[in-house]
Design a protein around this ligand. Structure first.
Ligand SMILES: Cc1cc2nc3c(=O)[nH]c(=O)nc-3n(C[C@H](O)[C@H](O)[C@H](O)COP(=O)(O)O)c2cc1C
Length: 188
């Protein structure tokens, strides 16, 4: 079967090279609205989206996250901190930080559903995104957390859970084969 939604789901890829021009406000609000329409446990809708448009702040956040990676107990993450070419947000002109509000029993799942809605809505407009979990390495550190809760004006009680690099694509969607086409079983 084939339709537009299925095409968008199948064609979306993580984009890691962006044009410097940010997406328009109309595109941004359309995409955020799609995030806000995600399902959530008990319909709590416990998410908050912080749109970071300031490129020096995005760069500062990237280099501070990389500093936190230096002591992270995982060789791959540590190696990324030493990689001068690595920018946590791939120089995207805009980053959306998704925070979990204190209400709700399934905050991380809810924020993940909202994030996926954002990724798919963006793809439907041919806008590139990459889900960035790396930001969490920074938020594990108390000083980093205090600094960026303030700088990003995160609402009281909200916890940043993931981020999304977003912008016009400067690379194609590269098709990736599924690792396991039979990732299911049917019980009758
Ligand atoms: C929970 C989660 C965390 C991720 N964190 C990162 C990240 O920090 N940096 C990054 O470049 N990609 C990150 N990704 C993107 C994955 O690497 C990517 O989805 C995966 O390689 C499959 O590629 P695709 O998105 O093109 O299908 C993350 C994806 C998920 C779902």
């Amino acid at each position: 079967m084939k339709n537009l939604v299925l095409d968008v789901i199948k064609s979306r890829r993580s984009i890691r090279k962006f044009k410097s021009t940010p997406i328009t406000d109309e595109e941004l609000f359309t995409i955020i609205e799609a995030g806000n329409f995600a399902p959530s446990g008990h319909n709590e809708q416990p998410w908050h989206f912080t749109v970071v448009k300031n490129s020096s702040l995005i760069d500062e956040l990237s280099s501070d996250v990389k500093k936190e990676c230096e002591t992270f107990p995982e060789p791959f993450i540590q190696s990324m901190s030493k990689n001068a070419a690595f920018h946590v947000f791939y120089h995207a002109p805009m980053v959306i930080v998704v925070s979990a509000m204190p209400n709700g029993l399934t905050k991380v799942e809810d924020c993940s559903a909202a994030t996926q809605n954002i990724l798919l809505a963006a793809e439907s407009l041919n806008i590139g995104t990459c889900w960035i979990e790396f930001i969490n390495i920074g938020f594990k550190n108390t000083e980093f957390k205090a600094k960026y809760l303030k700088k990003l004006e995160i609402p009281e009680g909200a916890t940043p859970t993931m981020a999304i690099a977003i912008g016009y694509k400067d690379m194609p969607n590269i098709p990736v084969k599924r690792k396991n086409e039979t990732c299911y079983n049917i019980v009758e």
